[in-house]
Write a protein that binds this ligand. Structure first.
Ligand SMILES: [Zn+2]
Length: 186
């Protein structure tokens, strides 16, 4: 059985047996906050548990490394929508130790693309067209620094409400311990 079929088969049982009932809630976050964190597998259940969050409590936005790499990209737009349309009154940006994004080497990743069938010509063409692939793919050295940069981008965004606190934290992916990098209430 393919993974897709496995998932669909489980899904049928899930819906038929009404296993969704404990999760029923609204689109508005009960704790009135939005979190931007990393897509890391270790955080899927650990982060909400470590922060005492359940279904319905928060808006959750995820990106590789919890990085906002464009002030007018999809991540920033999601944070603005959460604040203006969905009653989020606080923003938490949560990076984590041992993040895969800290190890990304743009040159190596481009080589992997070539190995997987993307032509050198395509990559050169994008570079000549002004796409800064190296910059776009680059990870970060220090997670604290990356979190601070994301906090700065949100705090200084021309469209962000000025009285919304923006906190920066780093979570340990094994223990769930949170370290504060920026206390947005100060
Ligand atoms: Zn990560």
């Amino acid at each position: 059985m393919s993974l897709l079929n496995e998932i669909l088969s489980h899904n049928q049982t899930f819906v038929t047996d009404k296993q969704y009932e404990p999760f029923i809630t609204t689109k508005f976050p009960d704790k009135r906050l939005v979190i931007l964190t990393c897509m890391d597998t270790r955080l899927v259940e650990l982060l909400p548990k470590a922060m005492n969050l359940k279904n319905g409590d928060v808006k959750m936005v995820k990106s590789a490394g919890a990085v906002i790499n464009h002030p007018f990209g999809g991540i920033m737009r999601s944070l603005l929508v959460a604040v203006y349309e969905l009653q989020a009154d606080e923003i938490y940006i949560i990076g984590h130790y041992d993040c895969g994004m800290s190890a990304i080497d743009p040159d190596q990743m481009l080589q992997k693309m070539v190995n997987r069938g993307i032509s050198e010509e395509t990559i050169q063409m994008l570079k000549y067209s002004g796409v800064k692939l190296d910059e776009w793919l680059r990870g970060f050295n220090e997670v604290q620094e990356a979190v601070k940069n994301s906090v700065d981008m949100v705090v200084n965004h021309p469209l962000m409400v000025k009285d919304v606190p923006v906190h920066g934290l780093v979570i340990h992916p094994a223990t769930g311990q949170l370290d504060v990098v920026v206390d947005g209430n100060k």
